[in-house]
Design a protein around this ligand. Structure first.
Ligand code: CMP
Length: 139
C-alpha cells in the first residue's frame, strides 16, 4: 500500500553536509520526499520525540546528540514506505548494516547513525504529526 513514514537526517550527517547524498539514496530506492524542513530541535522536543527510550541508559546522550546541530525532518512516501525506508537505512548499528544502506555508507556509530525512520505505520502517523501539519505535506 502507499504509505508515509517520518525520516530524520541526524546531526552527525547534517554536520558532514550529507543531506543531499542521503536524499539521493532515498529517491534512488523509490521513496518520494513529500515534505522536508531543516530545524534545530530543542532539548524538550528531542526528549519528547524519544520518550519511549526514557529509561534506557543511552537516553541522555541520545537527546544531547540530537540537539548538537540542526536536523532535517522529512516525510517519505511510497509503496510500503515504512518497511522500505527501514531497509534503505540499514541496521541501527552501522557495524551490522548491509552494503549500500545509508548507515553502512555514512553512519559513524550506533548513536551517530545518521538517520531515524519510523518503525511502524502507527508510529509513522504519530511521528509525522509531531513535526508536520497536513498542509505542509505535498505529494
Ligand atoms: P533511532 O532509529 O533514531 O532510534 C533510537 C536511537 O537510539 C537509535 O536510532 C540510536 O541512534 C540510539 N541507540 C539505540 N541503541 C543504542 C545504544 N545501545 N547505544 C546508544 N544509542 C543507541
Amino acid at each position: 500500500a502507499l504509505e508515509r513514514t517520518l525520516s530524520i537526517i541526524k546531526p552527525d550527517a547534517t554536520k558532514r553536509n550529507l543531506t543531499g547524498k542521503i536524499n539521493a539514496v532515498f529517491e534512488g530506492a523509490g521513496l518520494r520526499i513529500v515534505a522536508q524542513k531543516r530545524i534545530q530541535l530543542t532539548e524538550k522536543q528531542a526528549g519528547a520525540f524519544y520518550a519511549v527510550h526514557k529509561e534506557r541508559p543511552f537516553y541522555g546522550s541520545l537527546v544531547s546528540s540530537m540537539i548538537a546541530e540542526p536536523v532535517v525532518v522529512q516525510v517519505l512516501q511510497g509503496e510500503n514506505a515504512v518497511a522500505k525506508n527501514r531497509e534503505v537505512m540499514g541496521a541501527t548499528n552501522p557495524a551490522d548494516a548491509a552494503e549500500g544502506t545509508v548507515r553502512k555508507l555514512f553512519a559513524e556509530s550506533i548513536e551517530a547513525n545518521s538517520v531515524h525512520g519510523s518503525d511502524s505505520l502507527e508510529n509513522a502517523k504519530n511521528e509525522i504529526s509531531f513535526f508536520f501539519a497536513e498542509t505542509e505535506i505535498l505529494p
